[in-house]
Design a binder for this molecule. Structure first.
Ligand code: 8DG
Ligand code: MG
Ligand code: MG
Length: 144
């Protein structure tokens, strides 16, 4: 059988914000195993970034996404894996449709659970791409 060449994939990842807190979960996945990461996943054919973000948030946390805004984009190659990966990641800032809704963990094979963490006191270790953003001074909160 013909070997398929690796290709870059597109992901949508969400900074879900509540007050001064952000939603994080500890990953159970080959990339970033045991690190705290944002909800998100792969863009599916025909989806807008917002549709992908809302679907991944629902699949991963059961939460309903409210208003979302584009924040930034990264282009990252993960070479340290047995199977190298290349991701273009679209980062959105989002709030919940209902700020009182509590996160669930419908994919326990992929995540230990979700919780809110104060931006000024983030848990460690953070997922590498998130860690790089935080260290560079990136701030997902609206400037007003
Ligand atoms: P899917 O099957 O549900 O479509 O995908 P997933 O299993 O939810 O994908 P994912 O690994 O959570 O996200 C896709 C890739 O996005 C991930 O392998 C690496 C990249 N990525 C970053 N930063 C972050 C982040 O903070 N959170 C998440 N979830 N993915 C991130 O570069
Ligand atoms: Mg997912
Ligand atoms: Mg995911």
């Amino acid at each position: 059988m013909e070997e398929t060449q690796p290709v870059p994939r597109v992901g949508v990842v969400l900074f879900v914000l509540k007050g001064k807190s952000v939603l994080l979960g500890r990953r159970r996945a080959s990339i970033g195993e045991s690190t705290f990461a944002l909800p998100g996943g792969h863009l599916e054919f025909g989806e807008s970034f917002e549709e992908c973000g809302a679907r991944e948030l629902m699949e991963e946390t059961g939460l309903v996404m409210g208003k979302a805004d584009f924040l930034t984009v990264t282009n990252k190659v993960f070479l340290d894996k047995s199977k190298p990966c290349h991701y273009v990641i679209i980062f959105l800032r989002a709030v919940l449709a209902d700020p009182n809704q509590v996160p669930q963990n419908p994919e326990p094979d992929k995540c230990d659970g979700w919780d809110w963490y104060d931006w000024d006191n983030l848990p460690q270790p953070l997922f590498s791409t998130l860690d790089e953003m935080v260290r560079s001074g990136f701030n997902p909160f609206p400037s007003t």
